[in-house]
Design a binder for this molecule. Structure first.
Ligand code: ZN
Length: 365
């Protein structure tokens, strides 16, 4: 345990706030463990542009180069410069805008916390826990299964904390787009259940070997979670049967294409097509098209398939692709988490099923 702490503090650097194991042992001074970053605020990349309008309810304070300027109304970002109070501020130096009350508005959406403009990057800087309100709501949608929302809150928090460690020398910690990191939409999509799920799990993250785990998750594994990619040192990600997402909307799917449609998507004539290699968890590693190999992941992207777990059948001029699951299938299956919550499992049991061997610990401010 002591070695874990030393290692993770070296790895995650700086200050970090220590607390104890939750659930596994009493929280006491002797049991302090963990990790983590120097701040509990997170920098979320919400846009990349040099132009836009920033609105807020009342006034705001602009901080640039150690100077503070109070402004009212709205601000214009034009070609990388902010016009304020007769001054022209260059965002290459980093401009921080702090609304007086609550939130700012960017492209019609409200955001908590502050706005940082830095050389074409539009970054929302806000408390990690408040960032999670939107992520849990966006990633799970409106759900009543509270234990599943709590499991999502802990997984999303862990994912974010790990990124904060990995990217601490960059301009931002995490991307708001789900295809890059996890989905974040600002304040407008929050709802009470998602906020409660974050609040009651406040500060809890999953660790393995003293470090925040790679808490990856996807919509539906299709009945068997995926093995981790080669090169990931993640013993807590294991391909295994998942009975809990059975009957969910993405458990099974079918895509039918004409040969012409398939050829348009692949950009070549197709004489023959077959799956030639799978990983242990059943996902397609390679398909062979006219005797030439293409990675399953690339095939999935080109054809916009829900997952890489599929079979290909040719029926005359039609190509039928039948598959299972939605997303990469690593780690937590979100539909499975909902299924487990419906059967009465707790969020810790859900996390224990999808990230076996990882432990829930808590940090605090
Ligand atoms: Zn599943």
């Amino acid at each position: 345990m002591g070695e874990d702490i030393a290692r993770s503090v070296r790895y995650w650097g700086s200050v970090l706030i220590l607390l104890g194991l939750v659930g596994c042992a009493p929280i006491g001074r002797k049991k302090l463990i963990t990790t983590y970053i120097s701040t509990t605020w997170i920098r979320v990349l919400i846009d990349e542009t040099d132009n836009g309008i920033i609105k807020f309810r009342d006034g705001a304070t602009i901080t640039v180069g150690g100077r503070s300027i109070k402004v009212k109304g709205e601000l214009q970002l034009k070609d990388g410069y902010v016009q304020a109070d007769g001054l022209t501020l260059d965002t290459r130096d980093g401009v921080v805008i702090t609304p007086e009350h609550g939130y700012f508005i960017w492209k019609g959406h409200r955001y908590r916390g502050k706005l940082i403009l830095k050389a074409g990057k539009v970054i929302n800087y806000l408390p990690l826990e408040e960032y999670l309100y939107s992520v849990v709501a966006a990633e799970m949608g409106y759900r009543r299964e509270f234990e599943a929302l709590k499991a999502q809150a802990v997984a999303a928090r862990t994912y974010a904390v790990r990124k904060m460690g990995e990217r601490r020398n960059r301009d931002y910690d995490i991307h708001a787009a789900p295809e890059v990191d996890q989905k974040y939409m600002g304040m407008d999509n929050e709802y009470v259940g998602a906020r409660d799920a974050v609040n009651v799990t406040r500060g809890e993250i999953l660790v393995y070997g003293g470090e925040p785990i790679r808490a990856v998750y996807s919509a539906c594994c299709g009945g068997y979670t995926n093995d981790p990619p080669e090169g990931w040192d993640t013993p807590y990600l294991v391909g295994k049967p998942d009975p809990y997402c059975k009957g969910s909307p993405y458990e099974r799917w079918r895509v039918t294409l004409s040969r012409g449609e398939l050829e348009a998507k692949l950009g070549c004539r197709v004489q023959s097509i077959k799956v030639v290699a799978r990983n242990r968890a059943g996902r397609v590693r390679f398909v062979e098209i006219n005797g030439k190999r293409m990675a399953g992941g690339e095939f999935r992207v080109r054809l916009e398939l829900p997952s890489t777990w599929f079979e290909v059948k040719e029926r005359g001029d039609s190509i039928i692709i039948e598959g299972r699951g939605y997303g990469h299938g690593y780690g937590m299956c979100q539909w499975g988490a909902i299924g487990m919550a419906k059967r009465g499992y707790s969020y810790r049991q859900i996390l224990g099923f999808y990230y076996p061997g990882a432990r829930v610990v808590r940090y605090m401010r």
